[in-house]
Design a protein around this ligand. Structure first.
Ligand SMILES: Cc1cc2nc3c(=O)[nH]c(=O)nc-3n(C[C@H](O)[C@H](O)[C@H](O)COP(=O)(O)OP(=O)(O)OC[C@H]3O[C@@H](n4cnc5c(N)ncnc54)[C@H](O)[C@@H]3O)c2cc1C
Length: 340
């Protein structure tokens, strides 16, 4: 019988980063990934931003996550002979006097040092009269370039996982013996008969626009009511919406209008909408990732629940997951599947 150390179901960012980490440790791997177009990693803006939310929150474990991020992705780029990640500055546009006051009440806190600083900067084409926060240590991933490199260089079976071929007790799948089986299916875990009741995923649809505008790209991502990410030439990506418990795969007129209304608050120069698309995030009910081993089936694992932050969260968490799988460490309780 053919054998593999790790059979991974799902070839989005989680499945692929896990596969890369396991390969680095000398384990054999095989990823099954549905041949239908990926609806999350492939549409993601790929932003890794340490300052999140309305109240200027430094993201969970940001001190551990962000300093090594660029080197981590650079080493994967070398391994995959591809280019898909770059460090980039973010400017968070302060939208009102009220928001400015919130920032001023927090600005003295030491946790912001190294991550952001206020500037009374006017940026042509943007409504920046209340100033901006310059955010450091961020980055952006070209997720399609990453997925393409993985498809090309890593052991991959481009087909749907067929549940009828799995014997979970014997650790076999379609004539293949596996030591460990790891599910990284994104929001599709809601259809997984072994895990769907244990892994509390909330499918959260997000819609994006691409626009053309003369706004000058300054190697910066702008964050306001929507984000503005320069792609190429005059093309920018604008996003995104959040619709919980929605896994429909068609963009809607209502969300297009919502994005345009928000864009008009940030951008004060003309633009033309060129495209409109969507994907479904695997969010969790407590907004923390979900990792761990199935309580009833030894050797069956899950990595999921990255919400809108896979590019920044997944590298650290997947490294911790592999330590857990090979008995070198316990899992961080905040992300452990067994917390539910
Ligand atoms: C609009 C939008 C914008 C986003 N922007 C960002 C951003 O800027 N930064 C960021 O970090 N994150 C962002 N995200 C979130 C990010 O895309 C997700 O956190 C991430 O893609 C989740 O990765 P995953 O590997 O868990 O799941 P997925 O990317 O969904 O991958 C799962 C894979 O498993 C496959 N699969 C599922 N079931 C099966 C099966 N039975 N058999 C075979 N294959 C299967 C699927 O086809 C898919 O390829 C965004 C998401 C959206 C929707």
């Amino acid at each position: 019988m053919r054998k593999v150390d790790n059979l991974i179901i799902g070839g989005g960012i989680c499945g692929r980063l896990l596969q890369l980490q396991l390969q680095k440790e000398g384990k054999s791997t095989l990823v099954y990934d549905s041949p239908v177009p990926n609806h999350c990693t492939a549409v993601a803006a790929g932003l890794a931003n340490p300052l999140v939310g309305k109240f200027f929150t430094i993201g969970w474990r940001a001190d551990e996550i962000f300093p090594p991020l660029a080197d981590y992705y650079a080493s994967l780029e070398k391994q995959l002979n591809a280019s898909f990640f770059r460090s980039v500055g973010f400017k968070r546009i302060i939208s009102s006097a009220g928001e400015q006051n919130i920032w001023l009440s927090k600005a003295h806190k030491s946790k912001y040092a190294g991550f952001c600083s206020f500037e009374n900067e006017q940026i042509e084409g943007l409504n920046t009269s209340f100033g901006v926060l310059n955010i450091k240590q961020g980055g952006e991933m070209d997720t399609i370039a990453f997925l393409n490199a993985c498809d090309q260089f890593l052991p991959t079976q481009k087909e749907d996982f067929n549940w009828h071929n799995l014997d979970v007790l014997a650790h076999t799948y379609d004539g293949l013996y596996f030591d460990k089986l790891i599910f990284t299916e994104g929001y599709k875990i809601t259809e997984n008969p072994l895990l769907k009741t244990l892994v509390k995923i909330v499918p959260t649809k997000g819609e994006l626009l691409t626009i053309e505008t003369d706004l000058e790209p300054k190697n910066t991502i702008y964050l306001g009511a929507v984000f503005l990410q320069h792609l190429i030439g005059k093309t920018w990506r604008v996003g995104s919406t959040y619709n919980q418990n929605d896994s429909s795969l068609n963009p809607t007129t209502a969300n297009r209008e919502d994005l345009i209304n928000k864009l008009d608050k940030v951008l004060n120069t003309s633009y033309v909408v060129k495209s409109h698309y969507c994907g479904v995030r695997p969010a969790s009910i407590d907004r923390k990732p979900i990792l761990g081993e199935h309580p009833a089936y030894a050797g069956v694992y899950v990595v999921n629940g990255m919400g809108s932050k896979a590019v920044s969260l997944a590298p650290l968490l997947i490294s911790e997951m592999v330590d857990f799988m090979y008995g070198r460490a316990t899992l961080n309780e905040t992300v452990n599947l067994l917390r539910f």
